[in-house]
Design a protein around this ligand. Structure first.
Ligand SMILES: [Ca+2]
Ligand SMILES: [Ca+2]
Length: 189
């Protein structure tokens, strides 16, 4: 009776999450319970993540964006999200401090995960914004190339140079426009 397959969260993961997020032990344990219900395998696949994502942004064709977000959350690069990656992601994108969010933004833009952002990668992420939303933007950012050019110009790098994480975070923190340009969320109307 009452013998379910769910197991308690491991002490190691719990301690790690308490250290790295502002969540309480109680909150983490509750999320873990929910996570196990929704995801008995303990791992979220890219397809499952797309569905979760689509529920948050039902109006938008967010599939390709969801793939990039998934990649940036999958910190150990094994093609699935485990509980720890999921919670860290949740923390960084919702309640995290600015620098944490920017660390995440950096990993979103670092498409090939080599620790640097190139202008090509910036352009690739800018291409994820739907055309009809781009069309509403000012004239110097209403195409992926223009938006990437504008954003890239704030970091004072040549087109063939690359941007390290610290430079990215510093550049964005010091420039409101850069901060605005790195943010894109599918618009719900
Ligand atoms: Ca993973
Ligand atoms: Ca890269």
């Amino acid at each position: 009776m009452g013998n379910t397959t769910s197991s308690a969260i491991s002490k190691e993961i719990l301690e790690d999450l308490k250290l790295n997020t502002k969540f309480t032990e109680h909150e983490i344990c509750q999320w873990y319970e929910n996570f196990q219900k929704q995801c008995p395998t303990g791992r979220i696949s890219p397809e499952e993540f797309e569905q979760i994502y689509a529920r948050f942004f039902p109006e938008s064709d967010a599939t390709s964006y969801a793939q990039h977000v998934f990649r940036s959350f999958d910190t150990n690069d094994d093609g699935t999200l485990d509980f720890k990656e999921y919670i860290i992601a949740l923390h960084m994108t919702s309640t995290g401090k600015t620098t944490r969010k920017l660390e995440w933004a950096f990993s979103l833009f670092d498409v090939d995960k080599n620790g640097y952002i190139t202008k090509t990668e910036v352009t690739e992420i800018c291409q994820l914004i739907p055309k009809e939303e781009l069309a509403k933007l000012p004239g110097d950012e209403n195409t992926p190339d223009k938006r990437a050019n504008k954003l890239w110009s704030f970091f004072e790098k040549k087109d063939n140079e690359r941007l390290a994480e610290g430079e990215f975070i510093k550049g964005v923190i010091e420039n409101e426009n850069a901060m605005r340009l790195i943010h894109y969320e599918p618009i719900k109307e």
